[in-house]
Design a protein around this ligand. Structure first.
Ligand SMILES: O=C(O)C(=O)C[C@]1(C(=O)O)C=C[C@@H](O)C=C1
Length: 288
């Protein structure tokens, strides 16, 4: 099975993919950008993709909301990774030998407090993913350059860890979603959905819409607004909701459809803080 991720082997996207499919042989389609991940699924050079969507320190990865929405791809599953950051370099150096630190922009954001304490002449460079920045250091034998990445990256590319757990908060988690092209019937144990809608600027339009969820006993777990490009000062709302009763969820979507414009269901899936493996392959095989 081909899964597109942004980054290379041992990156956090790779780790998230292995959590979703621990027993499946996976060919990683390693992309330089998040855009390429969705493109690969659209042009079918990958079966599915795994995309980071939010982090508990850095917040929502906003472009990825737009990418899922614009590509019309579907969310099948989610998975949560505990993210511990390490700064690593070629062996025999200390943090005082480092002039440049490279990493994924979201990873750098998570380590802002640590980076601020380093000497001001030290250059912070946004690179691709955490793992390819580390790989570059090893392959180019780059002295004085460090990467910020997970521990597994130091092991994979033989770099030495200079400092451990350097993210701003000890508890740091990233939520990833599994996305694909084919719409499938929600799994029996589905209890969560991601929806997108747009609203007019009329008095109470948002609060009235959110009230509907309460009326139908549906718990709103996240709300994210994003500007509608081409319509200045107008917003689209992306919400995650959880429900016990799928029937009630379908009822609320019928009511919502009349109250909002552009209601889109981006995915109905199982809330997965336990990180149970994805059932997607079984679901697709049973459907054939
Ligand atoms: O560079 C990586 O290893 C990634 O998987 C990217 C990424 C992200 O996009 O947020 C994934 C998880 C971490 O929160 C930091 C970076």
């Amino acid at each position: 099975m081909k899964i597109a991720i942004q980054g290379i082997e041992s990156s956090f996207h790779d780790m998230a993919t292995r959590l979703l499919f621990p027993d499946t042989e996976i060919e990683l389609i390693m992309c330089d950008t998040f855009e390429k991940v969705t493109e690969c699924i659209e042009n079918m050079s990958a079966d599915f993709g795994v995309l980071a969507i939010e982090n508990t320190i850095a917040g929502s990865i906003l472009p990825n909301y737009n990418l899922i929405d614009a590509s019309g791809l579907v969310i099948y599953d989610e998975v949560f990774l505990n993210i511990q950051m390490f700064i690593m370099a070629l062996g025999g150096q200390t943090i005082y030998d480092i002039d440049e630190v490279h990493s994924h922009p979201v990873a750098l954001l998570q380590c802002k407090d640590y980076l601020r304490k380093l000497p001001p002449q030290l250059k912070i460079i946004e690179g691709k993913d955490t793992a390819s920045e580390a790989k570059k250091i090893k392959e180019g034998n780059l002295k004085g350059v460090a990467a910020i990445a997970g521990k597994q990256v130091a092991e994979r590319f033989g770099l030495e860890i200079l400092d451990s757990n350097i993210q701003n908060e000890k508890d740091n988690q990233t939520r990833f979603v599994l996305i694909g092209k084919e719409a499938i019937a929600p799994a029996e144990n589905a209890n969560k959905a991601t929806l997108k809608f747009e609203l007019s600027h009329s008095l109470g339009s948002l609060s009235n819409t959110l009230q509907m969820f309460t009326t139908f006993n549906i718990n709103l777990t996240k709300i994210q607004s994003l500007p509608i490009v081409g319509k200045p000062w107008q917003y689209a709302f992306f919400v995650d909701v959880m429900f016990d009763d799928y029937q009630l969820f379908t009822e609320v979507t019928k009511v919502l459809k009349k109250a909002v414009s552009e209601l889109k269901i981006l995915g109905v899936y199982k809330h997965n803080v336990e990180n149970t493996p994805s059932q997607l392959i079984q679901v697709l095989e049973n459907g054939k």
